[in-house]
Design a protein. Sequence first.
Length: 148
Amino acid sequence: MSQVTASNIETPTERGATRPIGLWVVIVLSALMVFRTFALRGIPNLGETGPEFWIVAFTGDVFVGITALIVAGLLWRVRGLAVWTIGIVWQVIGLNDFTVAWQLFYIAPPFFDTGNMGNVPLVIFAVGIVVHLLCIYLLVRYRRYYLG
């Protein structure tokens, strides 16, 4: 079994294959996850106006948001087992974060006032879960593009 090293990761132009449209969807959806850095606004308020354990969901949001462009860039520019694995693991982390937020919403409602928003946060969580599941499916479906 060969090891994956920086020297045996190839760029898409080296193989000359065309990227499937499903992988463009993954790259764009991954890059759009940068919006999750919004959680930085709420972290200072934890403990004062709301439950401190929301730090779990907020930390996940910040991590996914900050690394979104890095992961999208890797998926766009580089091929190989390492990049494909990073993409899958990153999507699973994002999926886990949305499911934790969904659970926390019922355990202890968020400290921010949802007011007229009603169940909008739950819809956002559900859409996020579906997006991450779709990305995982597409990465597995088109794995040959990265794995050769």
